[in-house]
Write a protein that binds this ligand. Structure first.
Ligand code: IDC
Length: 326
């Protein structure tokens, strides 16, 4: 009788462990930090993030799903994704209504969840573009990032990108003033998360930023964006000048089409850029995961799948980028 009771207890305990144990989460990704100009892991080893950006979350939300993120991790060699949330145009966070704002936040939360499950780093991108100067929606940005940082301070895989591409003549001193406020709000919650700061002139004038980067905070990096159909050696010279001053750079968006996101691909210049990024171990994120009829879309317009793509589903740019990353 006693023996029976013992085995019964053993069996229930085993079943309990099997069925009631908390769900298994993807292993926590190592926290990142910035050492000198380099992104590194806790052991100080250089880390190069490689990945793709969503198109605008209001335009193409369907690609933010668990299967697509899992597929890209397994088959495309990505270790990061970027969630591009426009602030101005087309149901932007700051121009749409409250319901739209809520829906966008939900998409971000889902995106972070899928990225975490897939074992990917994920960038929350405040996609300033038609709004030009990030100060236009500064209050909203502070509120948004305070909320995000409170929620994700323990997520070692989340990076904050606080202004995609300041433009329209916005000066570094304006961006710097904005960044001070947003970084302060993030740091009040999240002491260590990596923060990417946009730079003047569509995130190109990193040389100007290197003259007077933000002081007093660690783990800050600066965005460098290029489209190889438009930008070549001249922009790499700016990047070199910034690196000489030890400015941490992060290519949070790039393409090999022209800067409009369309037009012919320049693969030759693209190769030069990839060599440059490899040499300096700079992280890069390709624009954009969609099937839009434009040459910077990674999928063919005829492809209706939102995950599980074959090589034949990829646009010429998609094929090129996947080959680079794998
Ligand atoms: C473009 C998209 C295009 C969309 C447009 C909205 O590719 O489908 O209609 O934005 O204005 C950037 C921006 C990025 C642009 C991209 C191509 O960060 O939002 O996407 N680009 O123009 N900087 C340089 C190029």
């Amino acid at each position: 009788m006693k023996k029976f009771k013992f085995y019964f207890l053993l069996l229930t305990a085993a079943l309990g462990i099997l069925f009631c144990a908390p769900p298994v989460h993807a292993a926590k990704l190592p926290a990142l930090k910035v050492k000198g100009a380099q992104l590194v892991n806790a052991k100080g080893k250089a880390v190069q993030l490689k990945g793709v950006s969503s198109h605008g979350l209001s335009w193409f939300p369907e690609y933010v799903n668990a299967k697509s993120f899992g597929h890209m991790k397994k088959n495309w060699g990505v270790n990061a994704v970027r969630l591009a949330m426009y602030t101005g145009e087309y149901n932007g966070y700051c121009t749409g209504d409250a319901a739209n704002q809520k829906a966008l936040e939900q998409r971000i939360h889902k995106g972070v969840q899928y990225a975490t499950q897939a074992g990917l780093y994920v960038i929350i991108d405040w996609h300033v573009l038609s709004d030009g100067n990030p100060r236009t929606y500064e209050k909203q940005a502070v509120r948004f990032f305070r909320k995000m940082a409170a929620k994700y301070k323990n997520h070692t895989n989340v990076l904050y990108e606080i202004c995609n591409e300041p433009n329209g003549g916005t000066s570094w001193s304006d961006i710097k003033a904005y960044a001070k406020k947003v970084v302060k709000a993030i740091r009040a919650q999240d002491k260590n998360g990596i923060i990417l700061i946009g730079t003047p002139n569509w995130s190109q004038d990193v040389d100007a930023v290197a003259q007077s980067p933000l002081k007093g905070y660690k783990n800050l990096m600066y965005s460098l964006h290029f489209y190889a159909g438009t930008h070549g050696e001249g922009l790499r010279q700016k990047a070199k000048a910034a690196l000489n001053k030890k400015l941490p750079l992060f290519v949070s968006e790039f393409g090999i089409s022209d800067a409009s996101g369309n037009g012919a691909l320049n693969k030759r210049e693209g190769k030069k850029w990839m060599q440059f990024l490899k040499k300096h171990k700079i992280s890069y994120i390709g624009w954009n995961l969609s099937n839009k009829q434009e040459s910077s879309a990674l999928l063919k317009p005829a492809c209706k799948k939102t995950s599980g793509w074959k090589n034949a589903d990829l646009s010429p740019w998609g094929k090129w980028l996947v080959k680079e990353m794998t």
